[in-house]
Design a protein around this ligand. Structure first.
Ligand code: FBP
Length: 333
């Protein structure tokens, strides 16, 4: 895949971010999510690919748009066949409350490259390039922290670990505190949190914990593009989630399996794009700059070359048809 499709994808994440940002602080996470999905779906129409959604908004009977199996992109003959993983709004609670780190995000890869993960929880461990090859989900939390600290040439007291602020992570907090690590808790949005491990300026050395499975696959594509490392395990937290895995053809033995970054996102024909919706660690949020214009910041990655681009854009909201149509639909003109 020679074309840098990620540069086309950024227009799609920008559309979702611009639209969902209009819902900031309105306490309406479903409205924000629905609008982001619709904006992303519409923006995809102009991307010249034969895409199929492998990670999306749910099964066909659960989601009207961007459902698993939906064909997206122009679908023209001769265009590339690709797997698409979308999260039009990662951090629905964040946008509803106007909190940091909500993003619109897409990962894309050659057909068959992205794991068709069930919409259940997933255990994850993620590090940047310097600690590639040392993480192992079969090891204890303590061993992983110590091995990563050695790879980074840091004492454990100099390490910063990103962990979602949930009771289910108490075992991680306990060990990390015993080793004297700093912990950066986040409330939601583990794609943005995972990616932070690969940008040294964020100060984040690793992420550990149990988050969304779909988000795990999307994160893996980005981590692969940046040369970092990730391991995961599908981790149903209820009988209902386990049943969902079975319905998707996952046996109990598959659920137990340790997934490497290559199991999550195969090869290097991978693309990733994310646009900030609310102000974040890595990306600025959508900012209205007056004159009915808004500025967005996005990051775009390509697996084959490992190029990472930050894209700043100024959008003329009077000419943005997707935004205009959706604001009418949601009575937010
Ligand atoms: O403990 P929770 O809230 O179920 O969190 C798990 C997942 O929820 C999120 O924080 C946000 O998900 P939504 O955008 O669907 O609300 C994900 O990034 C994360 O993987």
């Amino acid at each position: 895949m020679d074309r840098n499709l990620a540069l086309e994808l950024v227009r799609v994440t920008e559309a979702a971010a611009l639209v969902s940002s209009q819902f900031m602080g309105r306490g309406d996470k479903n409205g924000a999510d629905g609008a982001a999905v619709e904006a992303m779906r519409r923006a995809f129409e102009s991307v010249k690919i034969k895409g199929e959604v492998v990670i999306g908004e749910g099964e066909i009977d659960e989601a009207p748009m961007l459902y698993i199996g939906e064909k997206v992109g122009s679908q023209e003959e001769g265009t590339m066949e690709v797997d698409i993983a979308v999260d039009p709004l990662d951090g629905t609670e964040l946008i509803a409350k106007g909190l940091p780190n909500a993003i619109a995000v897409i990962a894309m890869g050659k057909k068959g490259s992205l794991l068709n993960a069930p919409d259940t929880y997933m255990k994850k461990i993620i590090v940047g390039p310097k600690a590639k090859g040392v993480i192992d989900l079969d090891k204890s939390v303590e061993e992983n922290i110590i091995d990563v600290s050695k790879a980074l040439g840091k004492k454990t007291t100099q390490m910063t670990i990103m962990v979602q602020d949930r009771e289910r992570h108490n075992y991680i907090f306990e060990v990390a505190r015993k080793l004297g690590c700093k912990i950066r808790m986040f409330d939601a949005g583990d794609v943005a949190a995972g990616i932070a491990t690969c940008f040294e300026e964020t100060g984040v050395d690793m992420l550990m914990g149990i988050g969304g499975g779909p988000e795990g696959v999307i994160t893996a594509a980005a981590i692969k593009c940046m040369g970092g490392d990730m391991q995961a395990q599908i981790y149903p937290l209820s009988d209902e989630e386990r049943e969902r895995c079975h319905q998707m053809g996952y046996l109990d033995s598959d659920i137990e399996k340790k997934l490497t970054i290559d199991d999550l996102a195969k090869g290097d024909d991978l693309f990733f794009a994310a646009t900030g919706i609310t102000e974040g660690n890595l990306l600025k949020g959508v900012v209205n700059i007056g004159g009915n214009k808004a500025r967005t910041e996005s990051v775009v990655m390509r697996g084959r070359t490992g190029t990472i681009r930050f894209v700043n854009a100024i959008h003329n909201l009077d000419k943005n048809e997707i935004l205009i149509d959706l604001m009418k639909k949601y009575n937010m003109e």
